[in-house]
Design a protein. Structure first.
Lengths: 62, 432
């Protein structure tokens, strides 16, 4: 869904997992799921502190 | 493959002792039709049949699907193959159809979920008044099959049973056409291509993402399947059957695929102003960006391999399915294939500044089939079929309102097929 987000005008975009579950993979065991969620959140917070000059997309390692 | 379609102009329908065709009147044995449905579908507790006549002051609610009675005379055992009948490649030989009759199924299903995707929502069909132009059914004689399901079954079983009921009823009625002489014949073939004409492919995007949001190809749910290539004749014999109940305003019911105006229009022009190459069938709404690119690239790739100079595209339902649509149309344009898209629009407001929630600038030839959020008034009616009350807002537990009284809504999400993208409607707009 990043193309839509970019078109709408967001400048800092973090790529999630999937449309029904952007923050994790619910079929995985809970601790692995939480690792993915933490990684996505950390990338988001890092991006928030970063200066950007144009719409920027980061893709956390899932 | 050549299909000879014999059409019967039916002007009237009524109940009688034996299901038969009497001139331009279809007589229906009500008990036999009910028994036919109940025998095959244990999930259905009760069936009632009601008839409507063209222009009658009447409203049908809880609408599920519409199916045209068609019967296979030669070249196959049955229409709508794969639905309780063996699969074979349909679209050849001879088929008879009723011109002017529709089976319309209705059902108020038990409310088991609050909202989201996999839920059946209200569908309202007005046969007279200001909304009667939305669908062709204000001009047809309709056999309305009101279905009550047994509450002890699952929603998946309800979806299949209701789908089957419409098809079984349509097939049963069409039996009256066998051994009779049609009023007119139409021949469908794309075998002879005229050199020098432009080649056109129709991209028929359907929705199939799960419960109450399905299409069936030869009886197989199209969920998770990749794009494929189909001969347009196959649609005429009912290869594609619809069970999309979650977004009733943008549903493309079974009737709209057997009578698909884009397919009809391309057939008419085949060999005269263009060559109709075939139909690419796909479902979208893949859940990751990779899935969307995968699907869209296959669609554009197929169009290119076929040798298309241009494509006409329609899509069904709403939401992120449209991202694939834009992706494949953009890919086609970049390959030098000209594209035309037929779609409904969203209302432009302060919060939503674009008519299409996603777009690619290469896609610049678009036909609009209406605005989904346009206000609508359902006037007072004399007769309501399918129930007594509208059931709106399942996310609030179901808001019930009397179905025969005047009602103003600020969007037409519940107006059945009001914004369908194949454009089977009797309304048009002049913009000054």
């Amino acid at each position: 869904m990043t193309p839509i987000v970019k078109q709408v005008g967001a400048n800092r975009i973090v790529r999630g997992v999937k449309i029904p579950n952007p923050w994790g993979v619910p079929t995985l065991p809970e601790d692995e799921n939480m690792r993915i969620t933490t990684r996505i959140l950390t990338e988001a917070l890092t991006l928030l502190q970063t200066d950007v000059s144009e719409p920027t997309i980061v893709s956390p390692r899932i | 493959m050549r299909l000879n379609m014999g059409s019967f102009k039916i002007k009237n329908i009524k109940f009688g002792t034996n299901t038969a065709l009497d001139g331009a009147t279809l007589i229906i044995n009500k008990d036999e039709l009910i028994a036919e449905i109940l025998a095959e579908e244990k999930v259905i507790k009760n069936v009632d049949i009601e008839l409507t006549h063209p222009g009658e002051n009447c409203r049908i609610i809880h609408v599920m699907d519409a199916v045209e009675p068609r019967v296979k005379i030669e070249g196959g055992d049955s229409t709508y193959p794969g639905i309780k009948t063996p699969v074979y490649r349909c679209g050849g030989g001879t088929t008879y159809r009723m011109d002017g009759v529709a089976v319309i199924t209705t059902s108020l299903l038990p409310l088991r979920k609050a909202g989201g995707l996999y839920i059946a929502r209200e569908g309202i069909l007005d046969l007279a008044g200001p909304n009667s132009g939305h669908t062709p059914f204000s001009k047809t004689s309709n056999v309305v099959v009101n279905i009550s399901v047994d509450p002890n079954y699952t929603e998946e079983e309800y979806e299949v049973a209701i789908r089957n009921a419409g098809i079984l009823a349509a097939r049963y009625l069409a039996q009256a056409l066998v051994d009779k002489q049609p009023d007119y014949f139409t021949e469908y073939s794309i075998s002879e291509k005229k050199p020098g004409l432009k080649n056109v492919v129709y991209i028929n995007q359907i929705e199939s993402c799960g419960l109450f949001g399905r299409n069936y190809l030869y009886g197989m749910p199209y969920d998770f399947l990749l794009p494929t290539l189909i001969h347009p004749n196959e649609f005429l014999d009912g290869a594609l059957v619809n069970s999309l109940h979650s977004h009733t305003a943008v549903q493309i019911p079974t009737y709209y695929q057997t009578n698909n105006p884009v397919i009809e229009g391309l057939f008419k022009r085949h060999g005269k102003t263009l060559n109709f190459l075939g139909v690419i069938l796909l479902r979208a709404q893949f859940e990751e960006i990779d899935g969307k690119h995968r699907c869209a690239n296959l669609v554009a790739g197929m169009a290119q391999l076929l040798g298309a100079d241009g494509v006409v595209a329609t899509w069904e339902c709403a939401g992120n399915s449209f991202v694939e649509t834009m992706f494949y149309l953009k890919a086609c344009e970049n390959m030098g294939i000209k594209t035309v898209l037929i779609t409904y629009e969203n209302e432009i407001t302060e919060k939503a500044e674009d008519a299409l929630f996603y777009f690619e600038p290469e896609v610049d030839a678009i036909v609009s089939t209406g605005v989904l959020q346009a206000p609508i008034t359902y006037p007072k009616v004399d007769r309501v079929i399918g129930g007594d009350e509208f059931r709106f807002h399942p996310e609030r537990g179901g808001v019930l309102l009397p179905a025969d009284q005047e009602l103003e809504r600020d969007g037409r999400l519940e107006s059945w097929c009001a914004c369908n993208n194949v454009g089977l409607t009797n309304l048009s707009l002049d913009d000054f």
